[in-house]
Design a protein. Structure first.
Length: 388
């Protein structure tokens, strides 16, 4: 994919920073990981973003959940999630070794629970589907749940363990990836990209989340999510260790404990493009959280925040070359899976750039040409494109 010439010669980064081999638009986890991987291979890389890490990753809970996020009709996506989750232990270890940073990677697993009989029936339907895919879902009785997490409400009717569903702290992750990329020679350009023709590079990678729509015409739409952050009183750790994903009187909620004492509670899924916080969303999330873990009622509410996930019509990412756009690759549309898919996306896109992974079968279901792509910036595109 990479075209080498007088202005884009691959090699060790040294001396003045010449026209880059690779320009990455977007400095979230995906964009920074791609930049880091490319720089490790000796390519000159520039990352364009006026505010690195300020997008969806700043709001994200950081669940690495290929099992709990395996939904009906998304078999190919589930395969990609599972593949990437399997790369996370090595990816986390390599990043920590490169930077010395603690990225909050934890492996206690995830408990999936149902508060009422109706909640449990709904959850079991999904667990049966996940088990049918061969995913590791272990049903647990209420007594077994409380052996693992005594703080769970006594009325919880049942649950299951997804032992391979882990977590990481996205804010720490972005800081570490930025450090690793800069140490590898990546240049950070703190300027927005208004149009791709303004970017001079052998290859341009669009990893701009929701901003990819305006730059490329891809059907990437904003999906709003509101998230809360609580903190255990007294500064101690939370009173539970596992990530908990549950149904509470029909409300779906997740609870993610951090070593710092923080608990992330989320999240709404709204087809909206604002980042306002609504009282109703806060009420619903807190009610469901406290119904499952009553002690959370005594925690401090320290943050309410909203972000925009980059959604696509089939909820799957868009990876690889853009039709009729030579030298432009997409790495966007990760929706609620951007953190877990960071390692595999970085490897796949870097492989395309270096020519090592041009025939990678993992990419096939996620190619950009599965959608009708509008001309970015055209009036007709803006009028017709229901996702912008």
């Amino acid at each position: 994919m990479l075209k080498r010439g007088p202005s884009s010669t691959a090699g060790v980064n040294r001396g003045p920073f010449l026209t880059p081999d690779v320009a990455v638009v977007g400095a979230g986890p995906v964009g920074l990981a791609i930049a880091w991987r490319c720089a490790q291979r000796g390519l000159r890389v520039a990352v364009h973003d006026p505010a690195p890490g300020s997008g969806a990753s700043y709001v994200a809970a950081g669940m690495l959940a290929p099992v709990a996020e395996a939904y009906f009709g998304e078999r190919e996506l589930t395969g990609l999630l599972t593949e990437s989750a399997g790369r996370w232990p090595g990816f986390a270890a390599e990043l920590t070794e490169a930077t010395g940073a603690d990225i909050g990677y934890r492996t206690e697993g995830t408990l999936m629970v149902g508060l009422t009989a109706d909640d449990l029936a709904e959850a079991r339907r999904l667990w049966a589907y996940q088990q049918g895919l061969g995913l590791p879902v272990t049903p647990l009785r209420p007594s077994q749940l409380r052996e693992r997490e005594p703080a769970l409400a006594p009325g919880v009717r049942g649950g299951a363990l997804a032992v391979t569903d882990h977590q990481v702290d996205p804010r720490r992750l972005v800081a570490a990836l930025r450090g690793a990329a800069e140490r590898a020679g990546v240049l950070l350009v703190p300027e927005p990209v208004r149009q791709l023709s303004d970017v001079a590079a052998g290859v341009t990678v669009v990893a701009a989340g929701c901003g990819a729509a305006a730059l490329t015409g891809l059907p990437v739409r904003p999906v709003k999510g509101q998230v809360l952050r609580l903190r255990a009183s007294g500064g101690g750790p939370p009173g539970f260790r596992h990530v908990i994903r549950g149904y509470a009187d029909g409300e779906h909620v997740y609870l993610v404990p951090r070593d710092s004492g923080e608990v992330v509670v989320g999240a709404t899924v709204e087809e909206r493009s604002d980042v306002d916080i609504s009282a109703g969303a806060v009420l619903r999330l807190l009610r469901a959280a406290v119904d499952l873990l009553p002690e959370l009622a005594e925690y401090d509410l320290v943050e309410t925040v909203a972000g925009l996930r980059p959604g696509t019509p089939d909820n799957a990412p868009i990876l690889g070359p853009l039709p009729d756009r030579p030298g432009v690759l997409a790495a966007t549309g990760h929706h609620r899976h951007g953190i877990v898919l960071t390692p595999v996306t970085a490897d796949l896109i870097t492989g395309l750039i270096t020519g090592e992974g041009a025939d990678e079968p993992l990419l096939t279901p996620f190619r950009a040409d599965r959608f009708r792509i509008h001309s970015a910036g055209s009036e007709q595109s803006r009028e017709d494109d229901a996702w912008n």
